[in-house]
Design a binder for this molecule. Structure first.
Ligand code: M3L
Length: 264
C-alpha cells in the first residue's frame, strides 16, 4: 500500500489547520479553548482521509497518484473513493471531535478566581472523565452523526476539487499552484456548506451526554431543533464554516500536491 499519500495528508492537514486557527477561535468565542488538541488530531485524521482516498482510487482504477493526470479517474470513482476516505476519517475523528466540542462548550473560566471549577481540565482529563462517566462507548458519542456528515460531503469534496482542476488545466498537465489553491478552497466550501446541517446536529448529540438526556437519537434531535428554532438552525455557522474552509483547504491541497510531486 503506497504510504506517501498518508504522509502528505498528515503534513498538509496540519498546515491547513494552522491557517484555520483564527477562524476556529472566532467560532468558539472563548479564545484558544480546546485548540491545541485538534492540531495534533487533524494531522492523523487528514492522513487517514487522503491515504484511504488515494488507495481506494488505486484499487478501483489501478492507477497510482502519478498516473492519474494522464489517465483521470471517472467522477463516480472519485466520489466513491472520497466517501470511503470519509467513513474512515469520521471514525478516527469521532473521539477527538467529541473532546473538542466538550471543551469548547465549557463556560466556566479557568483563570478567574472564585468561579466554579471547570468540569474538564484539559483534553486528557476530558477523555478520562468521559471514559469514567459515560463508558468507553461514550467516547464515540455522536460518531454515527459524524459519519453521516462526512461520508457524502467528502465525496463532494474530492469531486469538486478534481472537477475544478480539470476545468482549468490543459489535458495531461499538472494543475498550476493557483488552480490547486482555488480548487482546494472551493472544495472545502462545497464540502462544508453541505455538511453544516448535520454539523449542528452532531455537536448537539455530542453535548447530550451531560446531564439529563435531551434527545432520543439523531432524528429526534433534528425534529426538536427544527421545532424549537426553525429551519435556520440547520445553517448555523454556515458563514464562518465557509470562510474558514477556503484558506484551510486551499493550503491543505496545495501542500498535499506539493509533497506528492516532490517525492514522486
Ligand atoms: C466534511 N467536512 C466538511 C465536515 C470536513 C472536511 C474536512 C476538510 C478539512 N480537514 C477541514 O477541516 O476543512
Amino acid at each position: 500500500m503506497p504510504v506517501e499519500e498518508f504522509m502528505a495528508g498528515w503534513i498538509s492537514g496540519a498546515l491547513g489547520l494552522v491557517l484555520g486557527h483564527p477562524f476556529d477561535t472566532v467560532k468558539l468565542l472563548g479564545f484558544f479553548k480546546g485548540m491545541s488538541f485538534p492540531i495534533a488530531s487533524i494531522a492523523v485524521v487528514n492522513s487517514v482521509l487522503f491515504g484511504v482516498y488515494s488507495n481506494t482510487l488505486l484499487a478501483l482504477t489501478a492507477t497510482s497518484h502519478q498516473e492519474r493526470r494522464a489517465q483521470p479517474p471517472s467522477y463516480t470513482h472519485v466520489f466513491v473513493a472520497g466517501c470511503t476516505g470519509g467513513v474512515l476519517q469520521a471514525y478516527c475523528l469521532a473521539p477527538f471531535d467529541l473532546i473538542k466540542v466538550r471543551l469548547q462548550n465549557q463556560t466556566e473560566s479557568r483563570v478567574q478566581p472564585g468561579s466554579p471549577q471547570p468540569r474538564y481540565r484539559g483534553p486528557v482529563h476530558c477523555a478520562a472523565t468521559i471514559f469514567q462517566e459515560e463508558g468507553p462507548r461514550g467516547l464515540f458519542r455522536g460518531a454515527w452523526t459524524l459519519m453521516l456528515r462526512d461520508t457524502p460531503t467528502l465525496g463532494i469534496y474530492f469531486v469538486t476539487y478534481e472537477g475544478l482542476c480539470r476545468q482549468y488545466t490543459p489535458e495531461g498537465q499538472n494543475p498550476s499552484s493557483a488552480t490547486v489553491l482555488v480548487a482546494g478552497g472551493f472544495a472545502g466550501i462545497a464540502s462544508w456548506v453541505t455538511a453544516t446541517p448535520l454539523d449542528v446536529i452532531k455537536s448537539r448529540m455530542q453535548m447530550d451526554g451531560l446531564g439529563p438526556k435531551a434527545y432520543h437519537g439523531l432524528l429526534d434531535c433534528m425534529v426538536s431543533s427544527f421545532r424549537q428554532e426553525g429551519l435556520g438552525v440547520f445553517f448555523r455557522g454556515l458563514t464562518i464554516n465557509s470562510a474558514r474552509a477556503f484558506p484551510v483547504n486551499a493550503v491543505t491541497f496545495l501542500s498535499y500536491e506539493y509533497f506528492l510531486y516532490s517525492w514522486g
